[in-house]
Design a protein around this ligand. Structure first.
Ligand SMILES: O=C(CO)[C@H](O)COP(=O)(O)O
Length: 153
């Protein structure tokens, strides 16, 4: 699995922790870090969120973890990219369902909301989940994709 990570300056320290954990995880073949590189980079969160989501939409990554102050701005930004499903996930159950129910490619964390150990635990668990395209959830997700496709015409 190829995972893209990104954060604004509010989330850079947590992003780096998660990135390093992912790099040590044998289930992850590649980790793409789009920045920010340091807290001194004041590039606003949509630039990172959109760029990361485009990596997935373009097929250059499979999943993403995005971090800002709350996780909300990153989720909103990523969801603007066609085909992307992103959500804040600050608990284990939501992270699990974001894959199994919603086939989300991206979860987001708020560095001002979640502690580093919980974020790392959720990340570890999240890597292990897969969406079942034969599940009852598949038709529900397909309806979202159908709407998105029609809206683009
Ligand atoms: O959390 C953020 C966006 O959701 C971001 O890190 C801070 O945004 P701001 O409150 O607009 O500065």
């Amino acid at each position: 699995m190829r995972v893209v990570v990104a954060a604004d300056n509010a989330g850079v320290d947590l992003k780096n922790l998660v990135r390093d954990q992912l790099r040590a995880d044998e289930r992850v073949s590649e980790v793409i870090d789009l920045g920010a590189a340091s807290v001194d980079d004041d590039t606003a969160y949509p630039h990172f969120g959109l760029a990361a989501a485009e990596k997935i939409a373009n097929g250059e990554a499979d999943r993403g973890i995005l971090v800002c102050g709350t996780g909300i701005g990153m989720a909103i930004s990523a969801n603007k990219v066609t085909g992307i499903r992103a959500t804040v996930a600050h608990d284990s159950y939501s992270a699990e369902r974001s894959i199994k129910s919603n086939n989300c490619q991206i979860i987001t964390f708020g560095a001002r909301v979640i502690g580093p150990e919980l974020a790392k635990k959720i990340t570890h668990e999240w890597i292990g989940y897969t969406f079942d395209p034969t599940s009852a959830s598949a038709a529900k997700v397909a309806r979202i994709t159908e709407y998105e496709t029609q809206a683009a015409c």
